[in-house]
Design a protein around this ligand. Structure first.
Ligand code: MN
Length: 131
């Protein structure tokens, strides 16, 4: 079976390891990046179906990165799921406004996380078929 490529952008190495492990064992082809710059470098080589982006990143933050990708013809079709530790009111709306396709709040629930990601991928494939 072909493993669907996913990129995770997260500056906390432990979180990155956890998410990457979870998705790898769920059956995805997982790429990782610790910051926006590294993510952009990885994207030069592989185009994933979905990117999980931590909003709080050093340097270019997750929402800036999202805007950059959504305004680039090479990347705009990729589903972007924002992850944030700050469950502040308005955060979700802000993420969607800036172009994110979905939103997951930290702490990540390891029992439901792979399921949430697969739902976003299904939504994306329905949308791709409709276009
Ligand atoms: Mn962070």
């Amino acid at each position: 079976m072909v493993r669907v490529p996913i990129l995770i952008v997260e500056d906390n190495p432990l979180n990155l390891k956890l998410l990457s492990y979870l998705l790898h064992y769920t059956g995805y082809d997982v790429q990782t990046a610790l910051n926006a710059q590294e993510a952009l470098e990885k994207l030069e080589k592989t185009i994933p179906e979905l990117i999980i982006i931590d909003i709080q990143l050093p340097g270019m933050d997750g929402l800036e990165l999202t805007e950059k990708l959504k305004s680039d013809l090479r990347y705009k079709h990729i589903s972007i799921i924002a992850v944030t530790a700050y469950a502040m009111k308005g955060d979700k709306e802000r993420a969607l406004e800036r172009g994110c396709d979905g939103y997951i709040t930290k702490p990540i629930d390891i029992k439901t996380f792979p399921q949430e990601i697969s739902q976003y991928l299904n939504k994306k494939s329905d949308k791709d078929k409709a276009e």
